[in-house]
Design a binder for this molecule. Sequence first.
Ligand code: C2E
Ligand code: CA
Ligand code: CA
Ligand code: CA
Length: 276
Amino acid sequence: AKGDGRGVHRFYSQEMLAGAKHRQQLEDDLRAAIGAGDFHLCYQPVVSTADAQIVGYEALVRWTHAKRGLVSPAEFIPVAEECGLIEALGEWVMRTACTEAARWPANVRVAVNVSPVQFANPNLPNIIASALAHSGLAAARLELEITEGVFLNESSATDQMFKALKGLGVRLALDDFGTGYSSLGYLRSAPFDKIKIDQSFVRGIAQPDSRNAAIIKAIVTLADTLGMETTAEGVEIQDEIELVRDLGCSHIQGFVYGRPTRAEVVEGSLSKGEVI
Ligand code: C2E
Ligand code: CA
Ligand code: CA
Ligand code: CA
């Protein structure tokens, strides 16, 4: 086995090199893409369980890479966060989402994902205020989706940021609830309007032995008590619509109601008054 040691080591370091090289290439491409504007937003409907009406859309960023085609945000957002590019990209997302949503009927909201890196920037409220002012979108129509990641380094600045954002009149949603490593303590003080139940809790919920139903029920009870709405994420089939509705979720998002779609298509169907 000792004789293999060098080979193993060499293989390992080559892997590392390939990883780092790929990562650097992605970072370089991302920087160029921000300059070139190779991004667009897609919008996925969020539906009220009470009356099956669309209450809003979540903006999801898309990058069309010149050679690789569509790159998943799950791949490039973490890189953008690590190398600081999320500031410029996040600002572009905020401005674009507000501008595009301002063309929708006034009762339709837009949700924008805000990275913990953006949340840690004291200038974020100014960026949002400016996006609202330039677009003419009413603050109450903008919902910010924030993950538990913002509580990782909780400080007085975290509190201040929540106050400043609420002061703008925007809504706040806690995204991917239940997947982070934070305690529940932050629910005491953070002013969320909504909890988004991560799609991992919705998976398999239609199976009779699913423990996820019990978890969703507990989350809904907690949210109800705290006066927060709940969106079940990643709802893919009709059976799941009925189950999460019966468990008390106030909203549903998922492929069953619509995939993320380009702004032009969303605008077209909204202007024709189409329901889902
Ligand atoms: P997320 O915020 O949890 O967004 C929901 C993701 O679930 C989206 O993936 C959406 O396409 C997908 N999804 C929706 N319904 C279903 C369903 O029924 N089944 C399944 N299997 N998936 C469903 P997407 O667009 O690939 O985005 C992945 C993640 O990338 C997002 O997760 C979010 O964390 C991040 N992201 C996307 N856009 C932005 C952005 O503009 N800013 C930031 N900071 N992060 C973003
Ligand atoms: Ca989200
Ligand atoms: Ca989510
Ligand atoms: Ca997620």
